[in-house]
Design a protein around this ligand. Structure first.
Ligand code: ACO
Length: 324
C-alpha cells in the first residue's frame, strides 16, 4: 500500500566562529582539559558573540539547508524550530526566521523539548506534512545555550555550547515499507517526575532569569537507560536489528553516553557519528549539526537508514528512523 513520506531533501548548519577550547576555560574556572576530555570527550565548543541571537544562527543554518536542497525559501510553508533559548519569550523565534527568509506564507512556530527538541520538531513537522496541509517544511534546531549557563559553575559550563542545524522536508510517495525514503518511525516520551534533575532555575512565570542546574550522575544513568529502551522499541516495532542501521546520529551530550548507548544496542562504533568533541552539547541543534557533518563529508548516502535519539530536561526523550 502506498504511503506519503516526509523525505529530507537537504540539510545545513551554522556554527558561530568563536571557538573556546578546554584550555581557554581552564583559565577562568577550576577545571582541566584532562578532566573535561576524560569525562565528556569534549575538546572545544563554539560560543556566539553577544549580538548574535538564536534566530541569526537558525537563519544561517536554514539558508544552508535550502541551498543544499536546491529550493527557494518561497517554497517553504512550514517552519518548526526547536529551541530552549528563544530570542524573546514571545513571539516564537521561528517567526523571526520566517521573516529573515522572506517567507510570507504558511506558518512558523517553536517546539520546546530542550535537548530532545529536534526529535520532537521533526516528528511534529512529519505529522503536519502527512496530514496534507503543508508541502515543504524547514525543521531547525538552534541554541544560544551559552546565555543560560553560569560561567562560574564548572559542573555545567564545560558541557554546553551554541549552534544551529536544519533540514528541509518534502512529501514524496512511498510504498509503505521500511525500504521507503523519508521518515519511517518516531518514538517520543516524557516524564515530568524527573524535572528537577535538569532544569533552568528561572523563567518568565517566576519573574527571574535563571541558569542550567543539573544532577549529572542521575542524568547520565537515566539517559543510557531511557534512550536504550527507546531505540530497542524502535528496532522491535520495525523488525530491525542494530546491524540494519547504517548511521547512528545521537544527541551529542557526552561521548560516554554515546558509547554506553551504542554498546547497549550492540551497534558497531564505526557507525556512530560523533561531533561532541568539536561542538560540545548544543542541545536541540546537536543532531542536525552532526547529521549535516556526516552528509557533507560523504558518509551518509542516499538510501542509508539513519537512527537518531535524544534525552533532555523534563525528562523528554525519543528516537526516530529515517532513510536518506
Ligand atoms: N573540572 C574538574 N572537576 C570537576 C568538574 C570540572 N569541569 N566538574 C565537576 N568536577 C568535580 C566534582 O566537583 C567532583 O569533585 P569531588 O569528587 O571532589 O566532589 C568530581 O569532579 C566528580 O564529579 P561527578 O559529578 O561525580 O563527575 P562525573 O564523573 O559524574 O562527571 C558529568 C560529571 C560529566 C556531568 C557526568 O555526570 C555526565 O556526563 N552526566 C550527563 C550529563 C549530561 O551530559 N548532561 C547534558 C544535558 S542532558 C543530555 O543532553 C542528555
Amino acid at each position: 500500500m502506498s504511503k506519503q513520506r516526509s523525505v529530507i531533501i537537504g540539510s545545513g548548519s551554522y556554527l558561530p566562529p568563536n571557538i573556546v577550547t578546554n584550555e581557554d576555560l581552564a583559565k577562568t574556572v577550576d577545571t582541566t582539559d584532562e578532566w573535561i576530555t576524560a569525562r565528556t570527550g569534549i575538546k572545544q565548543r563554539h560560543i556566539a558573540d553577544k549580538d548574535m541571537l538564536t534566530s541569526d544562527l537558525a537563519t544561517e543554518a536554514a539558508k544552508d539547508a535550502l541551498k543544499n536542497a536546491g529550493i527557494d525559501a518561497s517554497e517553504i510553508d512550514l517552519i518548526v524550530l526547536a529551541t530552549a533559548t528563544p530570542n524573546r519569550t514571545f513571539p516564537a523565534t521561528a517567526i523571526t526566521v520566517q521573516a529573515n527568509l522572506g517567507i510570507t506564507q504558511g506558518c512558523a512556530f517553536d517546539v520546546q523539548a530542550v535537548c530532545s527538541g529536534f526529535v520532537f520538531a521533526l516528528t511534529v513537522a512529519d505529522n503536519m506534512l502527512q496530514a496534507g496541509n503543508f508541502k515543504k517544511a524547514l525543521v531547525i534546531g538552534a541554541e544560544t545555550f551559552s546565555r543560560i549557563i553560569d560561567w562560574t559553575d564548572r559542573t555545567t559550563c564545560v558541557l554546553f555550547a551554541d549552534g544551529a542545524g536544519a533540514v528541509v522536508l518534502e512529501t514524496q510517495q512511498g510504498k509503505g515499507t521500511i525500504a521507503d525514503r523519508g521518515i519511517l518511525y518516531s518514538h517520543l516520551r516524557s516524564d515530568g517526575r524527573y524535572e528537577d534533575m535538569l532544569y533552568v532555575d528561572g523563567g518568565p512565570s517566576q519573574g527571574k532569569e535563571g541558569f542550567v542546574k543539573m544532577s549529572g550522575n542521575d542524568v547520565f544513568k537515566h539517559a543510557v537507560k531511557k534512550i536504550g529502551a527507546s531505540i530497542e522499541q524502535a528496532l522491535t516495532d520495525n523488525n530491525l536489528v542494530s546491524d540494519d542501521i547504517d548511521w547512528f546520529v545521537p544527541h551529542q551530550a557526552n561521548k560516554r553516553i554515546l558509547d554506553a548507548v551504542a554498546k547497549r544496542i550492540k551497534l558497531d562504533e564505526s557507525k556512530v557519528v560523533v561531533t561532541v568533541d568539536k561542538h560540545a552539547n548544543t542541545s536541540a541543534a546537536s543532531i542536525p549539526l552532526a547529521l549535516h557533518e556526516a552528509v557533507k563529508d560523504g558518509r551518509v548516502k542516499k538510501g542509508d537508514l539513519i537512527l537518531i535519539e535524544a534525552l533532555g530536561g523534563g525528562f523528554t526523550w525519543g528516537s526516530m528512523l529515517f532513510r536518506w
